[in-house]
Structures are given as C-alpha cells and as structure tokens.
Design a protein around this ligand. Structure first.
Ligand code: 5RP
Length: 267
C-alpha cells in the first residue's frame, strides 16, 4: 500500500484496529433531519469522541473548522431526495480533485445492489476506486437500501458487501443484522456498521453494536442513534466503550446511565 493510502487508512482505523465514525451526511437526501437541523451545534459536543466524520463538502465548509479537525470521510454520491422518484438513482456529486483540496481521509459512496440502478451505482464505485487509488484516497462503500429497510438481512448484506469489496472499496459500511458473521466472513475488507433509523432504547443500540463487533465488524458509523438520542454525549461515550474499550452492552449501558445522571445534575 502506498504511503498516502496507508496514512489515510491509519487516520480512520485506530491502532487497536477499531473505528468510530460519526456520520452527519443525512441532509444530502433528507434535508434538515431531526436534531441535525444545525450541524455545527449537533457536531460540536460529539467531535471529541469520534475518530472521523462522514460529511458532505457543503456541511464541511460551513460547519467544521479546518483547524484541529477530525479526519474527514467525504460523502461524494448523491443527486436524489426523499421526495424524488428513486433514492437509488445516485451519481457522483463531488470530484476527487475536490476531495484532495479538502484534505479528505477517504471518500464515501452509496451502492444500491438489487435496485433499478444497481449497475450505475456499482460502476460509479468502480470509477471512484480507480481515481481514489490514483490519489491515495480510500473509498468507503455504503451498502444502501433507500426506503426498503426490510432488505437488511444477512443474505442480502453479505452479497452487497462482497460486491463492494470486489470492486475495490477499502472499507464497507453496512447495516447490522441477525447472523452478522455471515456478512463479515464474506467481506475481505473491514466492515463498519451503520445504524439506520433510531431504535427503541439505548440498550438496543449497544446490544447490536456489541454483537456486530464480536462478529467481526471493526467499528461503527452511527448517526441518528447517537445524535437523535436525548443524551447524545453519554450515548457516544457508551458506544466508544464498546468499540474501543471492549465493553459489553451491559457495561456500556451502565456508563450511559451514569453519564446521563451526571449531565442531568449539572444542568
Ligand atoms: C445512508 C447513510 C447515512 O446518511 C449515514 O451515513 C448513516 O447514519 P445512520 O446511523 O443515521 O443510519 O449513509 O446510506
């Protein structure tokens, strides 16, 4: 691996082999998502606990200070919206030259396996990998399902992750699911778990993160399940305890509860 590529991968994946990415890219198709209406405010208290942020160039420029910034995974696919015809019909929105100019540690692109736009999104991934490899910038592939959340099972996700890895993604982000080991075993590059819409309780989140880590994920790219929680800082601290501290879901939940109490008392 070239020095630049190795250096960027090391910015993302920490010396323990694990990673906690904080995505705030949702606005690129959802608009002002709940609790992400003002990205700068959402991000500020959480940044100290994130290894990298997943963000579009617009929010990067407007809401993140370049001095002392966390490594950036630049979201470079888009072109669709929640109110449009098909979320899968994404193209590449941001050039590799721009990623270099913004000093991105990686670029991220969604692929929609099994959709009407499977071929286009997979060829976009291939093109992005060609450019990324030329510039020493890793590509993170996102196995997206659009509005079809029911697609998230091991058979489908294993297929989508393997295809993304075969096309050259250096990291694959996918959803946690039952039998998650089938997804990680079939994917020869590091797998990161996304969260999806907020689940019922903090313990539910910590349990799936714990399960996924034990079944081969190297970390998380969790957005709404952190910053839509009423206590986002205790939540990211608890997630960090699982990802980097090898805490069980139960131990991390105790940390969440005590951090929550501290925060409530100090307000
Ligand atoms: C959708 C995405 C999301 O915008 C995001 O990166 C994942 O965050 P969340 O944990 O909220 O699902 O990439 O494909």
């Amino acid at each position: 691996m070239d020095w630049g590529m190795a250096n960027r991968m090391a910015q993302l994946i920490q010396p323990d082999g694990h990673a906690l990415f904080l995505p705030v890219d949702h606005g690129y198709f959802q608009g002002p998502t709940r609790k992400l209406e003002e990205p700068r405010q959402t991000l500020a208290p959480l940044l100290p606990y994130a290894d990298a942020v997943f963000v579009t160039r617009g929010v990067l420029r407007a809401c993140l200070d370049p001095v002392g910034a966390k490594p950036v995974i630049l979201r470079v696919s888009g072109g669709t919206s929640m109110v449009g015809k098909d979320l899968a019909n994404e193209g590449i929105t941001t050039s590799m030259e721009e990623a270099v100019r913004l000093n991105a540690a990686a670029v991220g692109i969604s692929v929609f396996v099994g959709s009407d736009y499977e071929k286009e999104t997979l060829l976009n991934l291939g093109k992005l990998v060609n450019e990324g490899e030329r510039h020493g910038i890793p590509v993170m592939a996102v196995t997206a399902v659009g509005k079809e959340l029911e697609k998230r099972d091991a058979r489908y996700l294993a297929l989508a992750c393997r295809i993304a890895a075969e096309l050259g993604a250096r990291v694959v982000k996918t959803y946690w699911c039952e039998d998650f080991e089938k997804v990680t075993r079939g994917c020869p590059v590091p797998v990161i778990m996304a969260g999806g819409p907020q689940v019922d309780t903090a313990l539910d989140v910590l349990e799936f993160v714990d399960d996924g880590m034990r079944k081969g994920a190297i970390g998380v790219n969790l957005g709404r399940n952190i910053w839509q929680n009423d206590f986002p800082v205790p939540m990211i601290k608890a997630i960090r305890a699982v990802v980097h501290g090898n805490a069980t879901a139960q131990e991390a939940h105790e940390l969440f509860t005590s951090e929550k109490e501290k925060e409530t008392k100090s307000n």
